[in-house]
Design a binder for this molecule. Structure first.
Ligand SMILES: *[C@@H]1O[C@H](CO)[C@@H](O)[C@H](O)[C@H]1NC(C)=O
Ligand SMILES: *[C@@H]1O[C@H](CO)[C@@H](O)[C@H](O)[C@H]1NC(C)=O
Ligand SMILES: *[C@@H]1O[C@H](CO)[C@@H](O)[C@H](O)[C@H]1NC(C)=O
Ligand SMILES: *[C@@H]1O[C@H](CO)[C@@H](O)[C@H](O)[C@H]1NC(C)=O
Ligand SMILES: *[C@@H]1O[C@H](CO)[C@@H](O)[C@H](O)[C@H]1NC(C)=O
Ligand SMILES: *[C@@H]1O[C@H](CO)[C@@H](O)[C@H](O)[C@H]1NC(C)=O
Ligand SMILES: *[C@@H]1O[C@H](CO)[C@@H](O)[C@H](O)[C@H]1NC(C)=O
Ligand SMILES: *[C@@H]1O[C@H](CO)[C@@H](O)[C@H](O)[C@H]1NC(C)=O
Ligand SMILES: *[C@@H]1O[C@H](CO)[C@@H](O)[C@H](O)[C@H]1NC(C)=O
Ligand SMILES: *[C@@H]1O[C@H](CO)[C@@H](O)[C@H](O)[C@H]1NC(C)=O
Length: 787
């Protein structure tokens, strides 16, 4: 009855359905909304973030209901949207809470307008404006575009008014449930025409670099220049500095289709991940990330908070270091890691630890990238360094490097876990309570004790276990017949084979891969699938299809495991890892030589030909990149992960576009929504070839004449301008001797058994580069084809 009463009250001054305006004497409440006129792109009303009981007044896309682009009462939610209302009051747009208390207002000076005529209009670009109805040609009294939240919409400005000193900035949400301002904000810096990410409103943690007028983008974001569907305008004069952008209109360029741009939605957002992202809505109404800055999650300052360590190769990215646990599990689960971790056990420093009779200890955490809020001094050796830290109770950790002892007195934050081969890694010695250090040791002792004590009485158990093992072995073998040549493994078998998934070989969008050894001593790689979206029957059908595909350049599937939600695939183990690790890992001793690279290029191509044309159903790989080209003991390339696109199903394109590393290899049609054909693989293969030649990631920043360049476009311009192509090749492979054939190869070439391919120009002859005769000597001579 109360509800009916309330609804009646609302009806008294109801909004007509589809209205875009709130006038005096009208209000918006409950589930009422206003919708922008025109293409009806935006909606204003009350919303609640997923799993939250709070309501906020905000704006979202009509087409993507859950994408909030603006929030009025970021910090003051209401709990009952039916008794809260938004209306014009004293010349302002005001939000009243349940007890009719104003909790948010546009706060304009009402004496500058005719309060009885003021109205709020939601425009089709997502701008909510407050207008003086008595004279519509007057500038608006207030605009939501001057008070952005976390989203920068096309047509709105990021900038600074040099007269009023008003800043136009965007600030991340606190977490996925709470739109109140988080620690990351994107702000303009008028003094050097750049934008920066500020952490906690205080320290600059990322900069776009200065705006380059001739290039049309910020110097450190070349991605901006590559956008063919967004145009940016940067203005800096005596009054203001701002950056704005538009979606390039319909008939000129549309990434989704040639006809209809009504659906093309793009936005920039300061994400809770601390990254500044550009997102475009794809036809299945999911947002594709086009690029983000900083590019890597772990490059975001203090992303994991104090005593949290960020690992680019693990999901979630954040983990507490040894001896610590999340300060707030709730925030941690909401992907807000900024609160960091706290000690599990208090330090004893100074006091004797009564339980164990020992003082604090240091434990080593290897391969860490450490923060620079340390004090350092020269010492003779690591023992001296430890002693400095040990004797000061406010020292929480130290690192020793040659003769430099770095110690941390404040909370340790901005820690990053690197791979073992990363040169930047240092060992961090962290102070922990003695009991924390010993706990693992004690537990081991306990297990052994229990084991010995009960051994005598457990012969019966032993027989039982033996029986169970035999039984399981039998089920394994019956499985073998069922799935053609594939082995069906039990989960426990694979757990044992991989020593409980202890040795991780890599990870990707589908899941992690672990090294394992079967009972017959063959080495295998076990892939634990993460997002399988299919039923048991389909899974088995799909797996057995993959199992029948055999080619020398494709990784062979040996078996699988499907127990409940556990889905695993077992592949042949490739001892030389992936092409990515052989090309890009820092400090590898054997750089792949040109012959090997050529074999890899041709082998990978053959593997793809087989997938595209030779097997029964055409298979589009969808994820060709150096990580998915594996090398066996003889460096023969084997394409991995084919067929998985179908296993994972519809979620697939989302998986790909959200994965780091993959984005650069995706053909443009992935984001245009056009049907994917095998040509998508050709694009990715091309991108991989570039990297095979240069030995560097395409996306890596390359200095060239002081300008940052993207390798594929650098190559293109070098080819077009007729520059020195050889200068683009992997510079780790200098040395002409390696290019010379052996004498036995020379004999074979002269006898015509082996083809002679075009050799690189020897360094000693490159000085004659621009001499035409020399070019002809190394190239083909059109007048003399017969020789
Ligand atoms: C608003 O309501 C008041 C009182 O009911 C009335 O006097 C006034 O004319 C109304 N204003 C508009 C713009 O309808
Ligand atoms: C909301 O809660 C449900 C159940 O507790 C959970 O499955 C879901 O993932 C949550 N959604 C978000 C966005 O947190
Ligand atoms: C409305 O807001 C005021 C001021 O913030 C607060 O004191 C009051 O408790 C709120 N009413 C309700 C029902 O939450
Ligand atoms: C509002 O504007 C009037 C005239 O422009 C001015 O006198 C008054 O002080 C302003 N009020 C506030 C609160 O700024
Ligand atoms: C309406 O506003 C414009 C711009 O402020 C002004 O030039 C014009 O004189 C105003 N018209 C009336 C009727 O007040
Ligand atoms: C942010 O800065 C404020 C003071 O400006 C401080 O109180 C707060 O603890 C800081 N937040 C974090 C997460 O460090
Ligand atoms: C960018 O696009 C807008 C909107 O279509 C257009 O008005 C403007 O002229 C364009 N600017 C540039 C620099 O191309
Ligand atoms: C564009 O769409 C309209 C109507 O939806 C259709 O009549 C027209 O043929 C389309 N044009 C092209 C080039 O596809
Ligand atoms: C300590 O901080 C300095 C900068 O203040 C930094 O250069 C150095 O790398 C830090 N030490 C370690 C071990 O990371
Ligand atoms: C411990 O380190 C702090 C911070 O650097 C310093 O202020 C203090 O004097 C040191 N205490 C001792 C006993 O050296």
């Amino acid at each position: 009855m109360l509800l009916v009463l309330i609804q009646c009250l609302i009806l008294k001054n109801h909004l007509s359905i589809g209205a875009d305006t709130i006038s005096v004497n009208q209000s918006l409440s409950g589930d009422q909304t206003i919708v922008s006129a025109g293409r009806e792109k935006f909606v204003l009303g009350f919303f609640t973030p997923a799993n939250s009981s709070n309501y906020y007044l905000g704006m979202w896309y009509k087409e993507a209901k859950h994408t909030i682009v603006w929030v009025a009462n970021r910090e003051k939610p209401v709990t009952d949207r039916f008794s809260s209302e938004l209306r014009i009051s004293h010349g302002n747009l005001v939000l009243f809470n349940e007890s009719k208390f104003p909790i948010w207002s546009t706060n304009v000076n009402s004496s500058t307008s005719s309060p009885s005529m003021v109205k709020a209009v939601l425009l089709d670009n997502g701008n909510l404006v407050l207008k003086d109805g008595s004279n519509l040609s007057k500038p608006s009294l207030w605009e939501s575009f001057d008070h952005l939240t976390d989203t920068w919409l096309p047509g709105s400005k990021l900038g600074y008014n040099k007269k009023t000193k008003h800043k136009l900035i965007i600030t991340s949400w606190k977490n996925s449930k709470d739109p109140s301002p988080g620690v990351f904000s994107l702000e303009p810096v008028p003094s050097d025409n750049s934008v920066v990410i500020l952490w906690n409103k205080s320290s600059i943690r990322w900069s776009s670099g200065a705006w380059d007028e001739s290039l049309g983008y910020f110097s450190l974001i070349p991605e901006m220049g590559r956008s063919t569907y967004l145009n940016f305008t940067f203005v800096s004069n005596d009054n203001e500095m701002y950056l704005t952008y538009f979606i390039i209109p319909v008939n000129q360029k549309n990434i989704y289709s040639l006809n209809d741009t009504a659906n093309l939605l793009a936005r920039f957002v300061m994400d809770i991940s601390g990254q500044f992202k550009v997102l475009v809505l794809n036809p299945s109404t999911e947002w594709d990330t086009f690029w983000s800055q900083p590019r890597e999650q772990c490059d975001v300052y203090a992303f994991c908070g104090a005593y949290g360590s960020c690992n680019e190769k693990s999901l979630p990215f954040c983990n507490c270091i040894r001896g610590f646990e999340p300060k707030s599990w709730r925030d941690w689960d909401l992907k807000d890691y900024s609160g960091g971790c706290i000690r599990k056990t208090k330090l004893q420093c100074g006091n004797i630890d009564r339980a164990h009779g020992e003082r604090d200890k240091f434990v080593e955490i290897a391969s860490m990238l450490l923060s620079d809020n340390n004090r350092s001094e020269q010492v003779a050796n690591i023992a001296a360094c430890e002693s400095i830290c040990y004797n000061n109770c406010s020292c929480y950790g130290y690192a020793f490097d040659n003769t430099r002892c770095s110690i941390w007195n404040e909370d340790l934050s901005d820690l990053q876990q690197l791979g073992a081969s990363d040169e930047r890694g240092r060992s961090l010695y962290i102070r922990l309570a003695a009991s924390e250090v010993q706990s693992t040791k004690n537990r081991k002792g306990l297990t052994i004790g229990v084991g010995v004590g009960s051994a005598v009485g457990s012969i019966f158990l032993l027989v039982l276990i033996l029986f169970l093992v035999l039984l399981r072995k039998r089920t394994v073998y019956t499985g073998k017949g069922l799935e053609g040549s594939l082995m069906a493994f039990g989960y426990v078998d694979l757990q044992n084979a991989t020593k409980n998934f202890s040795e991780k070989l890599g990870g990707g969008g589908f899941g992690s891969v672990f090294k394992g050894m079967l009972s017959d001593s063959t080495m295998v790689a076990v892939k634990k699938l993460e997002r399988v979206g299919q039923g048991e029957k389909q899974f088995r059908a799909e797996v057995s299809t993959i199992g029948t595909i055999q080619h020398v350049n494709l990784v062979q599937l040996r078996g699988f495991c499907s127990q409940g939600t556990q889905k695993l695939l077992v592949y042949d183990y490739m001892s030389n890892g992936s092409l990515a690790s052989d090309l890009f890992d820092i400090g590898i001793s054997n750089v792949l030589d040109w012959t090997t690279r050529y074999q890899i290029a041709i082998g990978t191509a053959r593997g793809l030909v087989y997938l595209h044309m030779k097997c029964r159903d055409c298979i589009i790989h969808c994820d060709i990149k150096p990580e998915n080209v594996l090398l066996d003991a003889k460096f023969c390339p084997k394409v991995a992960d084919f067929g998985l696109a179908k296993l994972v199903g519809r979620e697939y394109s989302r998986v790909l576009t959200t994965m780091r590393g993959t984005r650069g290899y995706l053909a443009p049609e992935w984001i245009t929504g056009v049907a994917i054909t095998s040509k998508a693989d050709v694009y990715s293969y091309g991108m991989t070839l570039f990297e095979l030649l240069s030995g560097r990631r395409n996306s890596e920043q390359t200095e060239s004449n002081g300008k940052l360049k993207y390798f594929p476009s650098m190559t293109t311009s070098t080819v077009i301008e007729g520059g020195n192509l050889l200068s683009l090749l992997d510079d780790r492979l200098e040395g002409d001797e390696a290019h010379r054939p052996s004498m036995s190869e020379v004999v074979q070439m002269l006898e015509g058994i082996t083809d002679v391919s075009l050799p690189p120009i020897p360094r000693c002859l490159r000085i004659f580069d621009d001499n035409e005769e020399n070019v002809n000597f190394f190239g083909s001579n059109p007048q003399d084809n017969s020789t």
